[in-house]
Design a protein around this ligand. Structure first.
Ligand code: FES
Ligand SMILES: [Fe+2]
Length: 344
């Protein structure tokens, strides 16, 4: 089922492999942590953005470790075959090899598109174009300066849970009172809203309880500049299948889920601040970090407990309540992908 899902969901869906800022300069390359060996996105000397499968055509070694860097060429760590940033095989590695010249030995291309400062790539035949899948999302995010944010922190963690449990958990606040009392005190689940479902994305709102200004210890901005317009609201988005955005009054949370096995998922969590924060003397993001370290640990622990529970022959299949509407819609999209139908 894991391999089946990788082929139907992860190789046909649009995956957020980078933010546009990471690929601005010629020579930039980003390698994603998955699926499998992952995808590469490069910005060539001609300023074109391209994507490739992260695999050498000689004997299949993974070309680049996950992460962002700047390079002149892509060099395979195994026997040193070298690829240009446009994916063509560079100078012949040894006489007579590869056979019949270098043509036809380039990297296997993938598709790549940009959406509001996010770089989305698809390894295979996408279920639909980005413009169609994420129609309306650009307008939703218009007030957030997504192309000019400042990275406060990136953390990678591994959860012993299937990636879908983590996505479903993100899509509902029903679990706030027992799992996240500190979050429930700021953004009560009773005041959660769902944005009308459209395309391959989900949207939800959480209203801040008076007099709180943001999601941080004490609920106060503490001098941190706002991200966009003043709103007593959190906006959460899931870009199917595995990119999660949470727009807070003064920062952006970006989570990406990279399944490593049926019961194991790598979570890359980033916290981004508005550009003004970087220039602010005495700017202190640590209260935000510690707040989310705790909430994220609570989510990981409960999803891992759910993963263990789902293995029980005593579990009969479950149900979704009304406030878990988005989680249900997500499960329905997965079901359609299983049936080889477009998920949305
Ligand atoms: S596998 Fe890449 S050079 Fe041999
Ligand atoms: Fe949670």
């Amino acid at each position: 089922m894991f391999a089946f899902e990788r082929a139907r969901v992860f190789e046909r869906g649009w995956l957020c492999v980078a933010r546009s800022q990471e690929l601005e300069l010629p020579g930039s390359v980003v390698a994603s942590p998955g699926p499998g060996p992952g995808l590469l996105v490069t910005r060539g000397g001609d300023l074109h953005l391209r994507s490739f499968h992260n695999v050498c055509q000689h004997r299949g070694a993974c070309l680049q470790p996950p992460g962002a860097r700047r390079v002149r060429r892509l060099v395979c760590p195994y026997h040193g075959w070298t690829y240009e940033l446009d994916g063509t095989l560079g100078a012949a590695p040894s006489p007579g090899c590869p056979p019949a010249g270098r043509g036809g030995w380039g990297l296997e291309p993938a598709q790549v598109e940009e959406l509001e400062g996010l770089v989305l790539a698809c390894a295979g035949e996408p279920w639909g174009p980005v413009a169609e899948a994420f129609a309306g999302l650009a307008g939703e995010l218009a007030s957030v300066p997504l192309r000019r944010l400042w990275l406060g922190r990136r953390v990678e963690q591994v959860a012993e849970a299937n990636w879908k449990l983590l996505a479903e958990n993100f899509l509902e606040s029903y679990h706030f009172p027992p799992v996240h009392p500190a979050l429930e005190a700021l953004t009560p689940t009773a005041r959660a809203g769902t944005l009308a479902p459209r395309g391959a994305w989900f949207g939800g709102t959480m209203e801040l309880r008076e007099p709180h200004e943001t999601v941080a210890p004490g609920g106060q901005l503490g001098g941190r500049p706002r991200l966009g317009e003043a709103r007593r609201e959190i906006r959460d988005y899931l870009l199917f299948p595995s990119c999660l955005l949470s727009v807070q009054p003064d920062y952006l949370l970006l989570y990406r889920l990279w399944p490593e096995a049926a019961g194991r998922t790598r979570i890359v969590s980033e916290i981004w601040f508005p550009p003004a924060a970087a220039a602010l003397a005495g700017f202190d993001p640590t209260p935000v970090f510690s707040f989310w370290d705790r909430v994220n640990a609570e989510d990981r622990a409960i999803c891992e407990a759910q993963q263990r529970g789902l293995g029980s022959p005593g579990f009969r299949g479950g149900c979704y309540t009304e406030v878990e509407e988005s989680s249900h819609r997500f499960a329905s999209m997965i079901a359609r992908a299983y049936l080889d139908q477009r998920p949305w």
